[in-house]
Design a protein around this ligand. Sequence first.
Ligand code: DGP
Length: 114
Amino acid sequence: MSDTIFSKIIRREIPADIVYEDQDVMAFRDLNPQAPVHVLFIPKKPIATLNDAAAGDADLLGKLLLAAATYAKSEGFAEQGYRTVINCNEDGGQTVFHMHVHLLAGRRLIWPPG
Ligand code: DGP
């Protein structure tokens, strides 16, 4: 997988507003927020798209979602609600090819999305 802007954030070569980090996962605020809370949860291991995740990545994928839920609880908006989204490839609207979970909250999110 080629290097992406997110790999540079993991290596702290470019700045980001990091809100969570552990051995496997990093989370930082989206540069172009679509809601009052918009945080990206990324695996430190570079996986380009959800299509590229393998069976051995199951724990890692679970950790991303659990980190998002834990963050929502710790920030106090879990009960009010939030949305997690993984965009995949062109029709999914993916623009950065280091897979990530969007966590959106702080406003009523429309469904279905556009
Ligand atoms: P996606 O379209 O699902 O691939 O989402 C990529 C998101 O990444 C998009 O919402 C904007 C965000 N983004 C792009 N470049 C940067 C960056 O350099 N820093 C941060 N914090 N977010 C970025």
